[in-house]
Ligand binder design. Structure first.
Ligand code: AHM
Ligand code: MG
Length: 331
């Protein structure tokens, strides 16, 4: 039998590669794994809570107020960061502004986390895969003070680590610290993540394209002609590619990471800057894509080099297999 490696053991081994590492980042990654297990457990009960145990806004059997699952997920991660003590502040898709944690231990912490607690949350009600996406930066403000806006508005190239948790047919946590990409599958019976996808590499070319084709008439001519190519002779054998669009970025991205493919959400009139958020979705997935040998751009330039100016900034996203992204950009 091959040896099983838990996420915790893997993180400890990686930390040993850096003799002067303080262990803070390792502890933070373990905090994320803990929150992921809590959210995974909640996601698995989503239909029960919504449809059997009472409507939203009501109370559950313990008399607790029921909340929407994306709020529950947001709070689970915030709690894990506050209890863990490695994070001085967070920004998330669910909060209008960033949160600077008040406690002295938090103010002494070195990291900030930016995250989308439940990506694809419109899919919760229909039992389709959803996920959490996260991005970790070292703070720019002075240690010992409260986190500041500048800590959140860093270029993607400054990420220390990034990852996602996909609550799919199984729960998988994929992350990078800038030295390759590894995936860990949760064994729900014992509540432990095990290394299941070591050193993930995205195929240079693929046969899957993921785009909301309902927006086709709003796409620019370059993108329309790329999609016409996908639908006709793109394959080396002169056949079309297959279209696959879940509507959960994290799930579409994960599939394309494993099988090879491209996900595109450009700027369109209904979303003139793009639909997806630079800080919570595009930067972390771009870091992972590049670490796995893929590419991520806004159609023109590298996602990781975009200077954020606001927390909820949106951008166009072309992400996936290197050759496919280049072709879609007209290179
Ligand atoms: P969310 O973070 O509010 O769930 O929104 C992001 C989602 C992505 O997961 C998905 O790819 C995209 O929005 C779908 O948008 P559309 O319904 O316009 O195709
Ligand atoms: Mg999202």
């Amino acid at each position: 039998m091959s040896q099983l490696v838990t996420l915790h053991e893997f993180i400890v081994r990686k930390q040993r590669d850096f003799p002067f590492a303080s262990g803070e980042l390792s502890r933070l990654l373990n905090d994320i794994a803990l929150a992921a297990k809590i959210v995974s457990n909640d996601v698995r009960k989503a239909g029960l809570v919504d449809h059997i145990l009472g409507a939203q806004g009501g109370q559950n059997v313990q008399g607790e107020d029921q909340q929407k699952l994306d709020v529950v997920a947001d709070q689970a991660f915030i709690n894990a960061f506050q209890n863990g003590g490695e994070v001085c502040g967070i920004a998330s898709e669910e909060n209008d502004d960033f949160l600077a944690f008040e406690s002295q231990s938090a103010q002494n912490a070195n990291y900030v986390v930016l995250f989308d607690p439940l990506d694809g949350s419109s899919n919760i009600d229909v039992n389709v895969s959803i996920g959490t996406i996260f991005s970790i930066y070292r703070r720019l403000s002075t240690c010992g003070t409260k986190a500041e806006r500048q800590d959140m508005l860093q270029q993607g190239t400054a990420q220390v680590a990034a990852g996602y948790v996909l609550y799919g047919s199984s729960t998988i946590l994929v992350y990078t610290t800038g030295n390759g990409v590894n995936g860990f599958t949760l064994d729900p019976a014992i509540g432990e993540f095990f290394l299941s996808h070591p050193d993930m590499q995205i195929p240079e070319n693929g046969r899957l394209y993921s785009v909301n084709e309902g927006n086709l008439n709003d796409f620019d001519p370059q993108l329309r002609s790329y999609l016409a190519y996908c639908q006709t002779t793109a394959n080396q054998t002169g056949k079309p590619y297959s279209g696959r669009y879940i509507g959960s970025l994290v799930a579409d991205f994960h599939r394309n990471l494993i099988k090879g493919g491209i996900y595109i959400y450009p700027a369109v009139p209904s979303a003139p800057q793009g639909r997806l958020r630079l800080l919570y979705e595009c930067n972390p997935l771009a870091f992972i894509a590049e670490q796995a040998g893929g590419l991520a751009t806004d159609g023109k330039k590298r996602i990781l080099e975009i200077q954020p100016t606001e927390l909820h900034q949106r951008v166009g996203l072309y992400i996936g297999s290197k050759k496919m992204v280049e072709k879609a950009m007209g290179l």
